[in-house]
Design a protein around this ligand. Structure first.
Ligand SMILES: Cc1ncc(C[n+]2csc(CCOP(=O)(O)OP(=O)(O)O)c2C)c(N)n1
Length: 311
């Protein structure tokens, strides 16, 4: 159950994040030509763009790093607070074959990619937020605040479990999430599992500055210490930093994953909470930007019709 710090392991995490970032963008925008096998046209773009991009890269980073570190632990659980980042979660579940287990059309091949992308935010398809249709989801992911409480609930009486929980910095402004930090005091017994909170400090709640991102590093760390945790800062999306943080021995760690909202996407000067390019169906410059954005992940190196996924 320990992390593998080899160069290959880090490359694998990076490649998985790139693959899931690509699939996230493809779900948000594409209704055809999912692998960019010909030039992207207006017809390839969905008529109604509905979903959340801003939080997704951070989710993909957290998922890939945790998956790599806890890969041998059958009792490891990941809880996602920002359920609006559903295309990222769905991409990861598709990559792992979890989606296919409950939905036979979600095969890990080109047909499955078409199915995943076309049906995201589509009538009778996947909703735009995590929902009980999603493997492993027990509550609707549209309402922020309950992730940490759910994590402690799951840990109760389950000493074998390790539960990592990603909490948005906007989410931590809800009374429910903030007060759930006190639950640590109730679960110190060895009869319970371990909860690993990860604050996703991407700076914004929708597109306004989050309170926690405007505190100084020292003030935020003091706040976290006040709840009895040891703050462990993870700067940026480099797997080396994430894996090093997971490898540090701490009694009660509270990870702070600092990313830039909308990272790896366009329009980085604006805060891209939902759809960063709004008109690629009608604006040829935006279509070009979307093409460049999708190409930046070099999907051809990560997936081919013949070989499938190569991580
Ligand atoms: C209880 C609740 N209040 C408000 C909302 C509306 N809402 C959706 S996303 C969001 C911002 C979330 O910010 P954050 O937790 O920082 O996530 P991220 O920035 O990573 O998207 C808000 C306020 C909600 N979903 N649930």
């Amino acid at each position: 159950m320990s992390g593998q710090n080899s160069f290959e392991a880090m490359q694998k995490i990076r490649r998985r994040v790139r693959l899931c970032d690509y699939l996230t963008v493809a779900q948000l925008y594409l209704q055809d030509n999912y692998l960019l096998e010909r030039e992207l046209t207006f017809d390839d773009i969905k008529p109604r763009l509905l979903g959340h991009w801003g939080t997704c890269h951070g989710i993909n980073v957290a998922y890939a790093n945790l998956k790599s570190f806890f890969r041998d632990d059958p009792d490891f659980v990941f809880i996602l607070g920002p359920g609006h980042g559903f295309p990222a979660l769905n991409a990861n579940l598709w990559v792992d074959g979890e989606l296919e287990k409950i939905d036979r059309s979600a095969t890990r091949d080109a047909n499955g990619i078409a199915y995943l992308c076309k049906r995201f935010s589509w009538p009778d398809g996947f909703p735009s937020h995590a929902s009980p249709m999603t493997p492993g989801i027990i509550t609707e992911g549209g309402e922020l605040g309950y992730a940490l409480a759910n994590a402690y609930g799951l840990a109760l009486g389950h000493p074998e479990k390790t539960i990592a929980v990603l909490i948005g910095d906007g989410e931590l402004e809800t009374a429910t999430a903030l007060d759930s930090l006190n639950l640590r005091n109730l679960l110190t017994s060895e009869k319970n599992g371990r909860v690993l909170p990860i604050l996703h400090l991407n700076g914004y709640k929708i597109s306004a500055p989050s309170i926690y991102a405007r505190k100084s590093e020292r003030e935020l760390k003091e706040l976290i210490r006040g709840f009895g945790f040891e703050p462990v800062w993870i700067r940026g999306d480099k797997p080396e930093h994430f894996q090093a943080a997971l490898n540090e021995p701490h009694e009660a760690p509270f990870y702070i994953l600092e990313t830039e909202k909308g990272e790896t996407g366009p329009n980085r000067h604006q805060v891209a909470h939902q759809i960063p390019l709004k008109n690629p169906k009608t604006d040829k410059y935006e279509l070009e930007e979307l093409t460049e954005w999708l190409k930046s992940y070099d999907m051809g190196e990560l997936f081919s019709r013949k070989k499938g996924i190569t991580l």
